[in-house]
Design a protein. Structure first.
Length: 167
């Protein structure tokens, strides 16, 4: 069996090598193929955890920090805890804050921009978030409308335990 795999690898390398030589003769076509955009799925079905009380997804912030995030369709912005923002090296710029309504009244929260948020195969760049301790660990933050509203539609399917995002 290992010999068969090695033989297939050699055949594949030879085929790719021949293909690469043919492509070099046609530089414009090679350049176009190299720059072709990667197709983005139009529908995302993201599994939820948290039972019937909370909608929780696993997400990755700025390609570096992964953890559980609470979905909150009532939150205007995504929210990062202070610890999460510190781990990402994010600090609100001077004067960059927004008023946030909380159960304890209105507070000012620092505004930051995340390079990216990825939840399963749904990825967005340049998402605004506020920094405040609105959730407790192990949650690293909240997915709010600054993420969700960038999709044409979003809905929760309680029977399947998923949130659907549609571009």
């Amino acid at each position: 069996m290992p010999r068969l795999v090695a033989l297939l690898a050699v055949v594949l390398l030879l085929a790719l090598g021949t293909s690469a030589k043919a492509q070099r003769r046609d530089t414009p076509a090679t350049a176009d193929v190299a720059r072709a955009p990667v197709p983005v799925p139009a529908h995302h079905h993201i599994p939820l955890s948290g039972g019937s009380k909370h909608l929780i997804v696993r997400g990755t912030l700025n390609d570096t920090l992964s953890g559980p995030l609470l979905i909150d369709t009532g939150a205007s912005y995504c929210v990062l805890t202070r610890a999460t923002a510190a781990r990402l090296g994010l600090r609100a710029q001077s004067g960059a804050s927004v008023p946030v309504a909380t159960a304890n009244g209105e507070v000012e929260a620092g505004l930051v921009r995340l390079d990216s948020i990825q939840v399963e195969d749904a990825r967005l760049a340049g998402v605004d978030a506020v920094v405040m301790d609105a959730v407790e660990p192990p949650l690293v933050g909240i997915i709010g409308l600054s993420f969700l509203n960038q999709f044409r539609r979003y809905s929760v399917d309680q029977t399947r335990g998923t949130i659907q995002l549609e571009r």
